[in-house]
Structures are given as C-alpha cells and as structure tokens.
Design a protein around this ligand. Structure first.
Ligand code: PLP
Length: 363
C-alpha cells in the first residue's frame, strides 16, 4: 500500500483504550452507530502545502474555529463502508477503491480538495488494523467505517475553503433494520434536482431529506422514497439507499444514474451479480403510477432497498398520496431478493469465491 506519494501515518495509540470487558459488552449488543472504537484517522489539507500530518490517534472530540466554513456553508462529504471478519479469521474491506473514487468525485462536486485514492484506502486500513479487536465476528455484524471531510478554514466569505480536515471513525454494528420488510413513505419533498448535488455523498443532501424522513415516521414508515424533482413522477431512490424492483418474469428494474441519484456501490455490485447469475436487469426509469399499477396487477413481485449499512432490505409496503400498496405478503423477504442478498453477503464475508476482486484483505 505504501507509495512514494503517500505520506507516512504517525501511529499514536490511545493511552487509555476501552477495557476488554467493556468492549465485549459493547460487542455483545452493538446497535448502530452509537459507540465508536478507540482510534480515529486524521489528515489535514492546507492550500499550497497539500495533504499533511496523517495520524491515527485516540478517538476524541475535535476543536473547530466557530468560523469554520463547514459550520456555515456545509462543505462536507462522507463515505460509508464496512470491515468484515472473515471465515478464515482475517479482516476484509469490500471495494474500498470504489469508496475512495466516489469520495474524490464528491469532493470535486463540492469544490473541496481531492484526497488521493491510495491515501483514503491507507487511512481506512491503518484505522482498522489499530482497532482490529473492535471488528465483530457474528453473522450480520461488522465494523461500520465513516470517512468524512469538512472545510475547516475560518473565514465567512463565500468561496471554496483553503483548509480541510479528513477523518475516519468506526463503529461496531449489528443488523440495520432486521430481517422484516420495511414500510416506505412516498414523499412529495424532493431530494435532488438536475444540476444539483444528488450524486455527491454530502451531508447537505441528508439535511434536505430529514423533513421527509420525519413525515414518513408520522405515517408509520421507516424509510422515504423520493421522486424526481422535475416531473414528480419517476422513482429515484430512498434517503440513503438505492432501490430495485423484481417483476413477475424474474427481471430486475432499477432507476438509471442520471446525476440525481447516488452511485451506490451495493447497487453496482447487485447489478453485476444479478447479470452474471443470468437475470435480466434493466437500468431504466420507472414511474410511480406504473409501480402502483404493477403492484395491484401482481406484475411487481418484490422490491428492495440496498446500501452498505442495511446491505439489502426488503420493502413490504408503500404509502403516499396515491394510497397504500402491499408488496408480496408485506412482511417476508422474496426469493429473488433473498438469493441476491445471500450471494452478496457471502462474497463480502469471504464465504464464497470473489471472481470480481472486490474483497480487500486488511489482515
Ligand atoms: C450512500 C448512499 C447510498 C448507498 O450507497 P452504497 O455505496 O451502496 O452504500 C444510496 N443512496 C444515498 C443517497 C446514499 O447516500
């Protein structure tokens, strides 16, 4: 992983890590994203100097100038990925190069400094190595990794910042939703418009989606489905996951990447696995009224959401201003969804061959 251009990480172990007893307690019931490991990675960027002083050090609060640009103009991007304990006892990442590439693209869209991809992967690997004892071992569990970058320059003028802070934190996690199908609210709020930031993984997109999320909860739904901002007709994605539809001929449909949808790595992996498994997959626009009609006629058999956190999560019901529609029995995972889920997880966890070179061994 070392290359001439990669600055050396300073490894500065936490002088008072969590006790093994307390860690065992956390790992027995990790929840999602509430508890963090002993360390974090940190790299600074300064215009004229580039990326400097990469370090792995104790997880701790950071200090920011109150005028830091991120606090005012939201120059912030992030990634989400996981480290898995494999059947062989090692630890692996899944397609970290794809996260590194997407992170660079997000930075480009937000006019932020672009972190070299090898430095991104190196930071993640160094942190995972340092916190290896925090990677849970049970099926459905993993170490969730959150790389992110903020504009740290103290300046209230509106312009791309000249200083950035890249960090990686990690949190042991269990299953995100559980196995049961979730209910989804079809929102009238929009997440992303053509020419906007929908394809960038930035915090601002999430801030804009929270009102819709709140509304969904009020209607008894766990997730939100967003439609396109122009015609309010074409299905785009969920607040933080892409979406797939399984039709009665066994084929899969998912909305195409037109710039307003996040390029999910799980989405891309499913497309590949499905196609190589002989399924017909179409990346094409799917209208919400068509979905309601197909659900009513029985043509639509299964629907699932996908993303790193939840992997593949069946959707059992949609609610919205057009009423409610139930998919399958509304509760269980469908056979096509289940097969894709099983196949993907087997590759991620090293329980199946990896013909695509997706698995990146850390230890
Ligand atoms: C992160 C994210 C996804 C899923 O991407 P993965 O790479 O599969 O984790 C989908 N939609 C949005 C809006 C996201 O932020």
């Amino acid at each position: 992983m070392d290359s001439v251009s990669t600055p050396r990480f300073t490894l500065s172990p936490n002088p008072s890590p969590v006790s093994p007893e307390r860690r065992a307690e956390v790992l027995a019931n990790p929840g999602f994203g509430k508890i963090f490991t002993d360390h974090m990675a940190l790299i600074r960027y300064t215009e004229g100097q580039g990326w400097h002083d990469p370090v792995i050090r104790a997880y701790a609060p950071i200090t920011l100038d109150p005028a830091a640009a991120v606090l005012h103009y939201a120059q912030e991007i992030f990634e989400g990925m996981k480290a898995y304990r494999t059947a062989q006892g090692g630890i692996s990442l899944f397609r970290p190069d794809a996260n590194a590439r997407r992170f660079r693209k997000s930075a480009e869209r937000m006019a932020m400094a672009q972190l070299p991809e090898d430095l991104f992967v190196e930071a993640v690997c160094q942190l995972v190595k340092m916190d290896r004892d925090w990677v849970p071992a049970r099926p459905d569990e993993s170490l969730y990794i959150r790389p992110f970058m903020i504009a740290s320059e103290a300046f209230l003028g509106v312009k791309p910042a000249s200083e950035y802070l890249f960090m990686v934190i990690a949190s042991p996690v269990g299953a995100y939703f559980g196995e049961q199908a979730v209910s989804v609210w079809v929102s009238e709020y929009c997440r992303a418009a053509p020419g906007g930031t929908g394809e960038a993984k930035c915090g601002g997109n999430y801030a804009a989606s929270l009102m819709a999320q709140k509304e969904a909860k009020g209607h008894g739904c766990a997730q939100v489905l967003f439609l396109d901002a122009v015609e309010r007709r074409w299905i785009e994605e969920m607040g933080g996951m892409n979406v797939f539809f399984v039709l009665d001929d066994g084929s899969l449909v998912t909305p195409p990447l037109t710039g307003t949808i996040l390029r999910g790595i799980t989405r891309d992996s499913i497309l590949r696995i499905a196609r190589d498994g002989g399924l017909t997959v179409r990346e094409e626009p799917y209208a919400i009224d068509q979905m309601y009609a197909d659900a009513a006629s029985g043509r639509l058999r299964e629907v699932f959401a996908c993303g790193t956190a939840a992997v593949i999560s069946p959707i059992g019901r949609f609610r919205g201003k057009q009423g409610e529609v139930v998919i399958g029995d509304g509760i269980s995972i469908g056979p096509v969804t289940e097969k894709l889920r099983t196949n993907l997880i087997a590759i991620q966890r090293g329980n199946a061959p990896d013909p695509y070179g997706w698995v990146h061994k850390v230890i």
